[in-house]
Design a protein around this ligand. Structure first.
Ligand code: FA5
Length: 349
């Protein structure tokens, strides 16, 4: 390259370089422009490399011109970089902008499950009568679930048909909350007035009024001079508090090995009012089993059956919830359909 060509290139490069820099619209494009105008392979660098072959006069003049051009391009690059950085920051800020005048997104609050609401209500009625709340394990042993409750070895409740066993021999999922009666009487002396809410498990064919995992609220009162009249009065108070005076309450004799005498309590059906329908069958919905604690059960727990008497009851929470809220199929409580559950929002808190 001769000095004339070098001069021409420097002039062209000024124009070409400044316009490339001005057109760069991002940091990446600007970096590419820098390589193009001042990089090792750029025409500008070729001119610089040729300077050494020129005579002293040309070398000096063209050297100064090259330095001046490099400074000018570098200044243009710096200025463009500053502009682009500002614009990019403004773009980021714009993207992050929030409109504080928009209405907020409300968090959807959960609500208590209808069975929890009803169980709380049931327990509340008894605690207001002076009962304490007890709890027991859901995996029980043979003694508490059967033996101490006077359920002999050949009782049908012992067979695999009704009970769900776990792999550890001698343990099963409790079939009724009555096991808590035993645990309570073993650890406390009379007078005892307790309710024990909790989950129970049975091998059941599931239908509109039966689940295989369901809930009961057990009750137990042991004291001097307790009679069947006390049981009747307590259960009537409970039924009236929960269902109001309109529902009819029926008591029928029934058999449970751990009570004598025993009975079963039902309320008139909310759907047909006692005439019989698909929900209830015969007009009544059975809610609970009850009776006077069998003397053998008291003795199994080391309580003097000559001195003390008691009553016990076991109420089905799902059955109560059905009657209380007019739900015709118990399975709805466990299906998790939000449209069903939402209807109980705000209740029970
Ligand atoms: C018992 O479980 C006795 N332990 C009750 C008892 C306690 C009697 C204390 C005497 C003294 P039963 O199996 O009938 O009894 O159940 C009691 C209540 O639980 C029933 O009235 C019903 O409301 C409810 N229940 C029973 N089986 C189911 C089921 N598969 N699904 C939903 N609820 C049930």
């Amino acid at each position: 390259m001769d000095p004339q060509e070098a001069r021409r290139i420097l002039e062209e490069e000024r124009e070409r370089g400044l316009s490339m820099i001005a057109r760069a619209d991002s940091s990446e494009a600007l970096e590419a422009a820098k390589v193009g105008v001042l990089g090792r392979k750029s025409p500008f660098s070729q001119v610089q490399r040729s300077l050494g072959s020129f005579g002293p006069e040309d070398r000096k003049r063209l050297g100064m011109a090259a330095n001046e051009l490099r400074d000018a391009l570098q200044a243009a690059l710096d200025e463009r970089r500053r502009l682009l950085a500002g614009a990019e920051e403004a773009r980021l800020l714009e993207g992050d902008r929030i409109d504080v005048t928009l209405p907020g997104r409300r968090l959807r609050t959960g609500s208590l499950h209808p069975l929890t609401i009803v169980e709380d209500e049931m327990v509340g009625i008894f605690t207001r009568m002076g009962y304490r709340v007890e709890e027991g394990p859901e995996i029980e042993d043979d003694w508490h679930n059967f033996e101490a409750l006077n359920i002999p070895r050949d009782h049908p409740a012992r067979t695999m048909k009704d009970s769900l066993y776990v792999e550890i021999p001698g343990l099963l999922l409790r079939t009724e909350t009555s096991a808590v009666q035993i645990r309570t009487m073993e650890s406390q002396d009379p007078p005892v007035y307790i309710v024990a809410p909790g989950r129970t498990y049975r091998r059941e064919a599931v239908d509109a009024t039966h689940l295989s995992v369901f809930h009961q609220v057990e009750g137990l009162a042991v004291d001097e001079g307790i009679s069947f009249a006390d049981l009747k009065g307590t259960l009537e108070t409970f039924a009236r508090a929960l269902f109001g005076p309109d529902r009819k309450v029926r008591m029928n004799p029934d058999y449970f090995p751990f009570v004598e005498p025993g009975c079963q309590v039902a309320v008139s059906c909310f759907k047909c009012d006692g005439t019989g329908c698909a929900v209830c069958g015969n007009g009544w919905i059975e809610l609970l089993g009850a009776g006077m604690v069998h003397p053998k059960v008291l003795e199994n727990c080391g309580i003097d059956a000559e001195r003390y008497t008691g009553f016990a009851f076991g109420i089905g929470v799902e059955r109560v919830a059905m009657v209380r809220h007019g739900v015709s199929d118990m399975r709805m409580f466990v299906e998790g359909d939000v449209r069903f559950l939402q209807q109980f929002q705000g209740a029970g808190v």
